[in-house]
Design a protein around this ligand. Sequence first.
Ligand code: FE
Length: 187
Amino acid sequence: MRTYFSLLNLAVIMIFVIGCQSKGSAPFQSEKNIMPMSNHEKNIVKSENPYYSRTDTTRLHVSDVEWKKVLSPDLYAVSREKDTERPFTGKYWEFSAKGTYYCAACGNKLFRSDSKFASACGWPSFFEQENLSSVVYQSDNAYGMNRTEALCGRCGGHLGHLFDDGPPPTGKRYCMNSICLDFEAAN
Ligand code: FE
């Protein structure tokens, strides 16, 4: 009889424990599945790129194999394979909010919004880089043209091109791909 009651107690305890577990886990999972991604969560996803930093200015030397693991396919195609997004399609070509633009691949500070100007070219355009190490250049003779390629000064990723038809005071036009830019609004 004593053994019978022990087994009965054990069965009751197990049913209680299993019940608590199912009640505790089910709402959490369903909430996680239906909740839209918040800005905080987007930042967490971004933080999975171990090379991304808005404070570390150390020059990066990362292989394309490694970049491919941490960048989205679209960003990888532009940043590492020098692809160009179609004009009038990027999220920043017709965008005038006040703030700062960073490299979307590594977090390097690139431009201030007060150096951005409305260009008819269909890509976000700036007349001045944020600091001397924001953007670096190299000659680009692809497609039968002689252009100056603009690259991130920290990660070496392709950003766009630099032209001499910009407005005063510099006369420069940094013609950028939106996908290579992260924007942070001014407080
Ligand atoms: Fe970069």
